[in-house]
Design a protein around this ligand. Sequence first.
Ligand code: FE2
Length: 207
Amino acid sequence: MKYTLPELSFQHEALEPHFDKETMMIHHQKHHQGYVDKLNKAIEGTDAEHEDLEDTLRNISKYDTGIRNNGGGHYNHSLFWSILSPNPSTSPSGTLAEEINRVFGSLEAFKDQFMQAALTQFGSGWAWLYVKHNGTLGVSSTANQDNPLMDINPTNQGYPILGVDVWEHAYYLKYQNKRGDYLDAFWSVLDWEEVEKKYKEVIAKVA
Ligand SMILES: [Fe+2]
């Protein structure tokens, strides 16, 4: 199989009390595994069998919704797990911190804008901090398993470096309908060091 479920770098219970064990287990082992399985099936006989997932997503308009939904699902969840940590760096530093201050005014102002995007995304989707193709930062939200890499949206395209899952499966067991409480908890397990690492990789690519 081309795609496989990535291991987490921590135990499913490690993000307690912010993200509970049961949600993490179901989210990782059932939901994410489901995207991986369906993606492997959906790419059979297509060009997507022979290219990187990023390339597939950047050209997603030429593929069907099965690849769009499950390719996005696999990419988005892999990114999400990678920026979570039981021992996170709680604020950005270096060039990422400077760029956040320059674009948004302050870390708090960025968080407000990001939270607004996450709270107002109607139904299932994701909120993003991403690097635009011109190298500056942007905040957006997308529906379902779409993301800023995809060429289907004429605006808000770029490379996601920080994303939060606002599907109910990400929070309903612990937070029920209180998406805001889940998002508040997200900041306690978000590892800015990993976000900064992704930022540097992307900047090296778009520069
Ligand atoms: Fe999810």
